[in-house]
Design a protein around this ligand. Structure first.
Ligand code: ADP
Length: 658
């Protein structure tokens, strides 16, 4: 309920004494009084003029009537008559003194009458004329005095009446105006003031309403009330909005605080991890401002660009610097303290400049990770093997920092090298044993062209001893001899290569060439065993990066195994197919199938294990060596019985050279 409801009219009136009502009353009173005074003054002035006009009129009438009568009496010096006439003039209203004076004599006759003595007065001196001897002659003077005292008294009375009546009227009218003003305006203003005094926009309250009968047409007060209610409503709305905004802000701030805390915790965790990780970690930065320009210029092969612009590579290298290192970095790089490592970072890659180039390339291509094994020179002059891991946060900008991890793999590399050596040795031993198996065949294979060479040489010698040697035949036979000698030499070269112990190499090779060379070594064996060989090449197949001798070893091994499996079929019945296919872009595959009995189901899982064999006198190392060789080349080898010829099927797949 609005507080104005409890306000009584008398309270409003009392309040008005101090408020606008009193000022209104005083204002009305002063204004009315001033107006009344002015009006009264005007009224009095007009009355004064009227009264004075009356007296003057009277004096004029005396001037018109009395001089002739008084002249007659004065001519006859009739004192008594003159006195009567003077007294009659004195009796007229406002006349206070009348004097008749004779003129023209030494002792003039003076008749004087006076009623009272006051000022101010109106006087009039009138000549008394008489026709003497046909001429108008002044014989005396009539002097009349009229007093204004009565006029002033009347005017005073009138003024008093006007002032009292006007004053009373003004006061009453003012009081009435005050009352009306209070009823119509002031009490409502007080209601509004009280409403606004206790109004609280935090709490919804009833709308402001005036305690009165609503006028037929909303008046100014209604408009004020409506404006106030609108104002209150918009204040409350603003407050609600403000509160909602505050709540949202508070939530936002709380969330930010939580996020900051989480960030701080994450930062602490990161610091903790960074410093306590058992891996050498270094935070680095570089300057890769040139990269966007290179991208824009359409440079895709950064390696080639570095070849053409070595100074750019030098600049990039000299710009990389270490900002922070952990304890393990100090230990790994044999530094005295962290400060010794902070600064230019290029020296980390002096032993493996290629790795740094490739790291730059990986950054250039926007990769967030880069891993490579490399060698690092420690500060005490040793060279160790490390796995270099570079991690870059997204998005990678020109100055985005890099986290470099170095894991010491010196021991691992040593063991791996040793293992590789062992595997190479094993493969070599496998080849030697294979050659041992094939020795008779190979010897025969060499013998045959050598026999042909000897026979041809003999024939040539005989032809040359003739008186006319048949040079044409000699030339032809010499060419054949040469071919036989080359074939024998080829076999010896292959055999020697198989027997030789060398480090595995990686050369670009066509798989079909390798198969041809392997079959050359086996040609006699194939002939003896009466096996039919189908070589289905794939001329369009890409080249592979491989060690020629090791791959020949694999092909020979798989073909010999197939021939062994075909033995029970008897000579002339065995079939072996060697097919090269491209199973997917970037891959080359060799499939070796036979029409033998196939692989026993229980052997399938164990086939490539070392020392697994089903043949008597077999070592069980052939397929194990094949798998080692193929896997060392980044390929896979598998066996099944899904052969188009009905027997076993061996498949090895190798990645094509880039
Ligand atoms: P080994 O030849 O000394 O037995 P391998 O590792 O070369 O050793 O072969 C292992 C085993 O795989 C063989 O004993 C044989 O049982 C099986 N095997 C290999 N090739 C074939 C094939 N083409 N058909 C059937 N079985 C085969």
């Amino acid at each position: 309920m609005p507080p104005s409801a409890t306000r009584e009219p008398w309270q409003t009136m009392a309040g008005m004494r101090r408020g606008v009502g009193m000022r209104l009353l005083i204002g009305v009173l002063i204004f009315s009084s001033v107006i009344t005074l002015i009006m009264t003054a005007v009224q009095l002035y007009l009355d004064y003029r009227y009264d004075v006009g009356l007296i003057e009129h009277r004096l004029n009438e005396i001037g018109e009537g009395y001089p002739d009568i008084i002249g007659e009496s004065l001519w006859h010096l009739d004192r008594e008559q003159l006195r009567i006439e003077v007294e009659s003039i004195l009796k007229l209203p406002d006349i206070q003194a009348v004097t008749v004076r004779e003129t023209g004599t030494g002792h003039p006759l003076v008749i004087m009458a006076r009623r009272r003595q006051s000022t101010p007065v109106l006087t009039r001196e009138l000549p008394i004329n008489r026709v003497v001897e046909g001429q108008l002659k002044q014989i005396g003077t009539l002097y009349i005095e009229a007093a204004l005292t009565d006029v002033y008294r009347r005017l005073m009375g009138e003024a008093l009446v006007i002032l009292v009546s006007q004053g009373a009227k003004t006061f009453l009218v003012s009081l009435f105006i005050l009352f009306i003003f209070s009823r119509l305006v002031t009490r409502h203003l007080a209601t509004i003031a009280q409403f606004m005094r206790v109004y609280d926009f935090h709490r919804p309250t009833a709308a402001l309403a005036l305690k009165r009968r609503p006028p037929p047409v909303p008046d100014e007060l209604d408009q004020v009330v409506m404006s106030f209610n609108d104002l209150c409503a918009s204040l409350q709305l603003s407050y609600r909005n403000q509160r909602a905004a505050n709540d949202a802000l508070e939530q936002d701030v709380a969330m930010r605080i939580r996020k900051e805390e989480a960030l701080r915790e994450a930062e602490q965790r990161y610091r903790h991890l960074f410093h306590d990780m058992p891996i050498a970690l270094m935070q680095m930065h570089g300057n890769f401002d040139i990269f966007p320009a290179l991208h824009e210029a359409g440079v895709t092969d950064l390696n080639a660009y570095f070849d053409a612009n070595p100074d750019v590579l030098r600049r990039l290298t000299s710009a990389i610097a270490i900002d922070e290192v952990n304890a393990r970095s100090v230990e790994l790089l044999r530094a005295r303290n962290a400060a010794q490592l902070v600064g230019p970072a290029g020296r980390l890659w002096t032993e493996s400049p290629g790795t740094l180039r490739r790291a730059f390339e990986s950054r250039y291509h926007g990769e967030t990770r880069f891993d490579e094994e490399m060698k690092v020179a420690t500060l005490d002059g040793r060279v160790i093997d490390v796995l270099c891991t570079i991690s870059r946060p997204q998005p990678i900008g020109s100055h985005t920092p890099t986290l470099l991890g170095l894991i010491d793999i010196t021991e691992r590399v040593r063991v791996r090298d040793k293992l590789q050596q062992l595997e190479t040795d094993l493969a070599h031993a496998g080849r030697i044993s294979l050659l041992g198996e094939l020795m008779a065949s190979i010897a025969h294979e060499i013998n045959q062209p050598l026999g042909a060479v000897a026979a041809s040489a003999q024939a040539i010698q005989n032809w040359l001893n003739r008186p006319e040697p048949p040079l044409h035949e000699v030339r032809e036979l010499t060419a054949l001899t040469l071919a036989s000698a080359r074939r024998a030499s080829d076999i010896i070269v292959r055999t020697r290569a198989m027997a030789a112990k060398g480090k595995p190499r990686r050369d670009p090779l066509h798989l079909d060439e390798v198969i041809d060379e392997a079959l050359l070594l086996l040609s006699h064996e194939i002939q003896v065993k009466g096996v039919e060989i189908f070589h289905r090449p794939a001329p369009a197949a890409p080249r592979i990066m491989a060690d020629r001798t090791q791959l020949q070893q694999v092909v020979v091994n798989l073909t010999v195994n197939a021939m062994q499996a075909l033995a029970p079929l008897g000579a002339g019945n065995g079939k072996i197919a060697l097919t090269v296919v491209v199973p997917a872009p970037g891959m080359v595959c060799c499939v070796i199938e036979d029409n033998g009995p196939g692989i026993r189901q229980d052997s399938l899982a164990l086939l490539f294990e070392r020392f697994f064999t089903t043949s008597e006198g077999g070592m069980g190392m052939g397929l194990a060596i094949c798998r080692t060789i193929i896997e060392a080349h980044g390929g896979r080898i598998a066996a099944d019985n899904v052969s188009t010829l009905g027997g076993a099927r061996f498949t090895f797949t190798l990645p094509a050279s880039a």
